[in-house]
Design a binder for this molecule. Structure first.
Ligand code: ADP
Ligand SMILES: O=C(O)C[C@@H](O)[C@H](O)C(=O)COP(=O)(O)O
Length: 339
């Protein structure tokens, strides 16, 4: 059964709006950040990672965002171009804003955290007038990412993009991508997340992220079905709730639920799982695959990234994901770490 009908004859399969940042991933892993001496620099930012993933899968992709007018900004733009991502709507800031940095701490495969430097970041300076309607009108799928809602003018830019998507029948996916340190208060966070989610066809988040959105609602049991049902009264057709290593569940408007188990993985670090899962899942849905097959593809894609040092650079190709699934089904991959 096809849950989502994508518009035909568009130049871009996938366009994302949101942050373009830098990940600085610890080279000396399995120790606290205080003892880390060197880091490797990668392009980062959840929507950037997902777009890179979609591009590696052969999708025609574009990005809407703002970068700092410095070496870091130029590095990001160059990397997007190298990965065949259209940068026509990547604007260079002229106010002296900086690039957001995410330092990753890998204390153990089970204990990872991110230290973000996000004061005066360029990504949150994107304004509504800078969002190109023509680009959205020429896209099949628009991805929005929750962190871009944290501050004005980026918040308004996302709502403007949602308006254009509605006007031009573009399917909208929402990765909740909740990063608490970017927000001022829980109340503000929940309000804007809910306002955006009402306008989206596909909503993807972890159980904890949906908990944050439900702070005004009544779901004391933290029941996934209750969480998902709310959104079917709005625009949603698919709601995915992720449970880390325990897998994920997709709920659909017809009342059905579809479960995906996770694959075994030799885990280096846990971050990047959600971004590669999202890319794999959305790719599958765009191919017209069943939700189970799309989720399986996303889960295997996540395993490849969490078994690697980076998030963006490690995004796999279709062939790599298929090989991973086949090897796993043949019992050739074991779980190095049990979470
Ligand atoms: N330790 C793990 N081993 C295998 N797969 C995992 C592991 N952690 C996450 N995944 C896969 O990645 C998906 C997304 O991970 P999750 O941790 O829920 O999201 P996020 O990274 O956004 O917090 C899961 O549904 C699962 O398929
Ligand atoms: O999103 C960021 O700004 C940081 C990412 O690039 C980072 O590597 C990461 O945290 C990925 O997170 P996840 O996929 O949500 O686990």
């Amino acid at each position: 059964m096809e849950y989502i009908a994508f518009p035909a004859n568009r130049r871009f399969d996938f366009t994302a709006i949101g942050r373009l940042c830098i990940d600085l991933n610890a080279n000396e892993i399995n120790r606290p950040m205080e003892e880390t001496v060197t880091f490797t620099k990668y392009v980062g930012g959840s929507p950037a990672n997902i777009t890179i993933g979609m591009s590696r899968f052969g999708m025609k992709t574009a990005f809407i965002g703002k970068i700092a007018n410095d070496q870091m900004g130029r590095f990001i733009e160059g990397y997007l171009k190298k990965n065949d991502i259209d940068t026509g709507n990547v604007i260079t800031d002229n106010t002296g804003a900086v690039t957001g940095l995410a330092f990753t701490e890998i204390k153990s495969p089970r204990d990872c955290s991110i230290l973000m430097y996000r004061d005066n970041v360029a990504d949150l300076k994107l304004n509504a007038e800078e969002v190109q309607e023509d680009l959205i009108a020429d896209s099949k799928l628009l991805l929005i990412s929750g962190t871009a809602l944290a501050k004005s003018p980026s918040r308004e830019a996302v709502f403007q993009a949602l308006e254009y998507a509605k006007k031009h029948d573009v399917v909208v996916a929402f990765d909740i991508d909740y990063r608490p340190y970017t927000w001022s208060s829980h109340e503000e966070t929940a309000v804007y997340y809910n306002l955006a989610a009402e306008k989206c066809d596909i909503i993807v988040g972890t159980r904890e992220e949906f908990d944050m959105m439900e702070r005004f609602d009544r779901n004391p049991e933290r029941d996934d079905q209750v969480t998902a049902s709310k959104w079917f009264d709005y625009k949603a057709k698919i709601v995915i709730i992720k449970h880390g290593k325990a897998g994920s569940i997709a709920y659909t408007k017809d009342g059905a639920s579809h479960r995906a188990k996770s694959f075994p993985a030799k885990v280096v670090k846990t971050f990047g799982a959600g971004d590669s899962y999202a890319a794999g899942f959305l790719y599958g849905v765009m191919q017209g695959w069943t939700l189970e097959k799309s989720m399986e593809f996303g889960s295997a894609s996540a395993c490849i990234v969490i078994s690697s040092h980076s998030c963006s650079d490690a995004m796999p190709t279709v062939e790599q994901v298929e090989t991973y699934i086949n090897r796993s089904n043949a019992g050739e991959i074991s779980n190095s770490f049990s979470f």
